[in-house]
Ligand binder design. Structure first.
Ligand SMILES: [Zn+2]
Length: 223
């Protein structure tokens, strides 16, 4: 209730906008009606090696792109609310990951967080935490070194690029069922590497969830 009141109050001064088209919407709405109709719910069957499951809220296409842009650039507070909320609803509807002990956002290298001012996956995790009632642990896994931007690399190089780039804190993950969240999943390299690191550090299971999944013709494997 308090959260709802705060959103409504903020809305008076900074009207909530649809993170896709910019139209002013209700204080607690995520997208406008038109954009809601145009967004494509995730329809794939992607698999992350080592993970208990994978799901996403949306297929990554031109309809959702503006919201992801705003999320990453931090110019619209409603993007994390809308995307995190949509992903939490998806998980609820699927009935998956409801037994998760903690939500863990995909980490960014500290210098990158400093440059950007925030980690968008943390914003999503916090929104999901609020809806799902599962605590978010933003310190369970860290990125220990800088890596090249994944989008500049091919499939194989993406995996090599991330080797040894993450470290989990065993005391925070041991025996835990983890809901691992990220904004976009392309080849799955990041989630696969993070899953391996979390399992190696004693996590009981890892379920992966992303706001968007890019189209993939490789449904059974994730490289
Ligand atoms: Zn809209």
């Amino acid at each position: 209730m308090r959260y709802s009141f705060r959103r409504r109050l903020l809305h008076l001064f900074f009207p909530t906008r649809c993170p896709v088209c910019g139209q002013i919407i209700g204080a607690e709405e995520r997208f406008c009606g038109e954009c809601t109709d145009s967004l494509s719910g995730y329809s794939g069957s992607f698999h992350i090696e080592g993970a208990a499951g994978f799901t996403a809220a949306f297929d990554y296409d031109d309809s959702i792109k503006p919201a992801i842009y705003l999320l990453k650039n931090g110019t619209d507070g409603n993007a994390a609310y809308a995307l995190g909320g949509a992903l939490a609803d998806r998980l609820k509807a699927e009935g998956t990951a409801k037994d998760a002990d903690i939500i863990v956002p995909a980490p960014m290298y500290r210098r990158d967080v400093f440059r950007r001012g925030f980690n968008q996956s943390v914003l999503i995790a916090k929104e999901m935490s609020r809806i799902l009632g599962i605590p978010a642990d933003t310190k369970a896994v860290v990125k220990t070194r800088n890596t090249k931007a994944q989008k500049e690399l091919d499939r194989l190089s993406r995996s090599v690029n991330l080797k040894g780039a993450f470290a989990a804190v065993p005391d925070r993950v041991r025996g835990k069922r983890i809901l691992l969240v990220d904004d976009i999943c392309t080849t799955g390299s990041t989630l696969r590497e993070l899953t391996a690191v979390l399992i190696d550090s004693g996590a009981a299971s890892v379920y992966c969830a992303c706001c968007c999944k890019t189209p993939s013709n490789n449904k059974k494997t994730s490289v």
